[in-house]
Design a protein around this ligand. Structure first.
Ligand code: IDP
Ligand code: MG
Length: 145
């Protein structure tokens, strides 16, 4: 997932990470970076040719972002339900976008949409050394055997 530049600029990084962390998802990679145009084009290549593509690239490269790798049962689905619908106007209250955003082009957070794309995106943003395997002592209270 990525806290987009609006999330960082609005001081919502902690709030966004908190919601995923308190749900029980486990952070195994986390860093602040500035996405350049080349990386943005790779990450959002699937949207190339769409009307909003240029503004999307300009938005995601407009300032620092916080990128993270989270792990957990059905992590992709769990993150996306916590994030809410793409258009914040349609996102349920209680979701990150439903609680903190009103514009589709300023929707605070990126979340991978499938396990396959999550793997691609993790490899795009994180080296192997930046992904940490660690034991979380609370796991017995969060995960079923
Ligand atoms: P997602 O972020 O919920 O997965 P996608 O459809 O993958 O949504 O679109 C990627 C990003 O492109 C969105 O998060 C949003 O920032 C932007 N976007 C998508 N559709 C529009 C649009 O119609 N107008 C402006 N920006 C859009
Ligand atoms: Mg998407």
């Amino acid at each position: 997932m990525i806290v987009k530049p609006d999330g960082v600029q609005r001081g919502l990084t902690g709030e966004i990470l908190k919601r995923l962390e308190q749900r029980g998802l486990k952070f195994i990679g986390l860093k602040m970076i500035r996405i350049d145009r080349a990386l943005a084009e790779q990450h959002y290549g699937i949207h190339k040719g769409k009307g909003f593509y240029e503004s999307l690239v300009s938005y995601i490269t407009s300032g620092p972002v916080v990128v993270a790798v989270v792990e957990g049962p059905s992590a992709v689905a769990a993150v996306r339900t916590t994030v809410g619908k793409t258009n914040p106007a349609e996102a349920d209250a209680g979701t990150i976008r439903g609680d903190f955003a009103v514009s589709i082009g300023r929707n605070l957070i990126h979340a991978s949409d499938s396990p396959e794309n999550a793997v691609k995106e993790i490899n795009l943003f994180f080296s192997a050394a930046e992904r940490l395997a660690w034991d979380r002592s609370a796991d017995a209270w969060i995960l079923e055997d």
